[in-house]
Design a protein around this ligand. Structure first.
Ligand code: ATP
Ligand code: BTN
Length: 318
């Protein structure tokens, strides 16, 4: 499937003969192969007599040869997958098989992309970024304090570098642009949090997606929707990796407190009246910022309260 998609990703017409020759199949069976691609990927293909076949929309697929040399310099071996359940799940499996961290897992599509609290992350073929970086954490889980917020900063900067000027952060680790969700972050921990453990930093960024049938029950956007241009996903991987490496180094060296002010300056709901839901209870208050560990500080009835933990969800109090 990937070979066919690679040929067709330019969105131009390709003749049955050309595709047949490349695939080593007869011209008459090319259409059968293409129909399988359509049903497996959900991508729309056109067949025009005399001209050949083309994708309804061009695609930007990931290319090992573009990425690996750069990632090698970061000492991040790359595991590039076609369609898998989830890049986070794949990274956790690789860790279980004793694969040495750091390493990076990327995929063209996820069938079971996961968000926080068991939610689904919509992950169509070749359109968005599904990125999981596995890291070894020495010195206990306190090293992770504020890390998911720092990853948000790194994602936001990579997006701004690619022209998404309105990218901003929503506590704890969503990235928004123009009031819509453009990226999500899911950190998963494995091992002994008191000793040596590993963290998988999972990042999903909407890149070239302009429409989706179902699955996203909130306003969303993509880099392409924000900038009006198609993005080379390889360029985004490189920009994001650079940005992440820089922020993670600063976080490891100086802790979250060194990045707290920068984070607050990028928080889209700083000073706004919000509702924080713990699942069991809702709290209404004004967002004061975050503390040295990245916990949310809310002013509730004149008193300051701090909140942290994976089950919390913040929304505007309209
Ligand atoms: P919070 O965590 O503060 O409650 P949230 O509503 O965004 O915020 P998350 O668990 O962080 O919840 O993210 C999962 C949600 O993200 C899904 O329920 C869905 O609404 C949305 N979502 C799923 N796929 C995408 C996508 N590709 N782009 C944008 N949003 C998505
Ligand atoms: C969220 O906003 O709830 C977090 C979404 C995280 C999605 C990314 S996509 C790459 C990695 N693999 C997954 O299954 N999830 C994360």
């Amino acid at each position: 499937m990937n070979r066919l998609l690679r040929l067709l990703q330019d969105g131009r017409f390709h003749s049955g003969q050309e595709l047949g020759e490349e695939l080593g199949v007869s011209r008459s069976s090319v259409w059968k192969h293409l129909q399988r691609v359509e049903s497996e990927t959900g991508l729309k293909l056109y067949k025009v007599p005399g001209r050949g076949y083309r994708l309804a929309e061009s695609l930007s697929l990931l290319a090992h040869e573009r990425l690996a040399p750069h990632l090698d310099r970061l000492h991040w071996p790359l595991y590039l997958r076609g369609t898998i359940d989830s890049t986070n799940a794949e990274a956790l499996r690789l860790l279980q098989e004793q694969t040495l961290a750091p390493f990076l897992v990327l995929a063209e599509a996820q069938t079971d992309g996961r968000g926080r609290r068991g939610r689904k992350w919509v992950s169509p073929v070749g359109q968005n970024l599904y990125y999981s970086l596995a890291l070894k954490v020495s010195g206990g889980a306190q090293q992770l304090s504020g890390m998911s917020l720092v990853v948000g900063l790194a994602v936001m900067h990579a997006l701004r570098r690619l022209g998404v000027e309105l990218a901003g952060l929503k506590w704890p680790n969503d990235v928004y642009a123009d009031g819509r969700k453009i990226a999500g972050i899911l950190l998963e921990l494995t091992g002994d949090p008191a000793d040596v453990c590993h963290v998988v930093v999972g990042i999903g960024i909407n890149v070239n997606m302009l429409a989706i049938d179902a699955g996203i029950d909130q306003p969303w956007t993509s880099i392409r929707a924000q900038t009006g241009s198609m993005v080379d996903r390889n360029d985004l991987v490189l920009a994001l990796s650079d940005s992440l490496r820089g922020y993670l180094q600063r976080h490891a060296a100086f802790g979250f407190s060194a990045l707290k002010e920068e984070w607050e300056a990028s928080h889209i709901w700083q000073g706004r009246k919000c509702i924080l839901s713990t699942g069991a209870q809702d709290f209404s208050g004004v967002v004061l910022g975050v503390d040295q560990q990245g916990a949310l500080r809310l002013l509730i009835d004149g008193c300051e309260h701090s909140f942290s933990g994976g089950e919390l969800s913040l929304r505007l109090d309209s």
